[in-house]
Design a protein. Structure first.
Length: 232
């Protein structure tokens, strides 16, 4: 997956300003950056929910903006906003979504693994933030995606829940899935990332393996030195 020289403006605001980075196949790429760095806009372009003003996006060798159903079935997406229908119940929703794929995973197995069965009788509108996160992650896995985009997948989870999610994300990578995780958590990035991207002001300010990005310093120190006001 590659984003090359992306530009995207909203009025007078340049959300993306020549952004370029890639996500290696079969690896976990962690994308970090302060609020307003352009992470959400970049992911929206990568999944076909937004279109850059100029630049090139390629996911599975395809422009996602113009992609059809076959391409979209190969990509899993978990957005922070969720977009889950409030009136339904978790297992009913997952079973409905699974029917959209030719070869879905076992819904009950995924639901058990992520603890969705513990709140299966509760409507989505009554779920806690952490429960909605678990449900959204389960939904993103239903189609056995080749590329998986996860927007802060462990946000709102308790420590046990975070570990469960991190283990599951690592398993997806080990099975050959290309995973892109946006996060504000240094712990999450350090635990999961094979490849790091740090964004600031719509640009990439660092990219590479964790060792090459940090150079022996802590990730937190490197991040703040690159994203402090005026660093871009």
């Amino acid at each position: 997956m590659t984003l090359s020289d992306l530009h995207r403006t909203f009025g007078q605001v340049a959300a993306l300003d020549g952004l370029t980075w890639s996500a290696p196949v079969g690896r976990i790429t962690a994308v970090l950056g302060p609020n307003g760095a352009g992470k959400t806009t970049a992911i929206e372009c990568a999944v076909g929910l937004g279109r850059p003003d100029r630049g090139t996006v390629r996911v599975l060798d395809t422009d996602p903006w113009q992609a059809g159903a076959e391409h979209r079935a190969r990509v899993g997406v978990m957005l922070q906003a969720g977009g889950l229908p409030n009136g339904t119940r978790p297992l009913r929703l997952l079973r409905h979504l699974s029917r959209l794929y030719a070869d879905p995973v076992d819904v009950d197995a995924v639901a058990r693994r992520l603890g969705v069965t513990d709140f299966a009788s509760t409507t989505v509108r009554r779920l806690s933030g952490g429960q909605k996160q678990r449900l959204a992650l389960a939904a993103s896995l239903l189609g056995r995606p080749e590329v998986l985009f996860l927007d802060e997948p462990a946000a709102g989870l308790d420590p046990h829940g975070r570990l469960d999610v991190w283990d599951l994300v690592a398993e997806q990578r080990d099975a050959g899935t290309t995973v892109v995780v946006t996060t504000h958590s240094f712990e999450e990035a350090e635990r999961l990332a094979d490849h790091l991207v740090i964004m600031n002001a719509g640009r990439t300010v660092a990219e590479g393996t964790p060792d090459s990005v940090t150079g022996g310093r802590s990730l937190e120190d490197v991040y703040f030195s690159l994203t402090r006001k005026g660093a871009a």
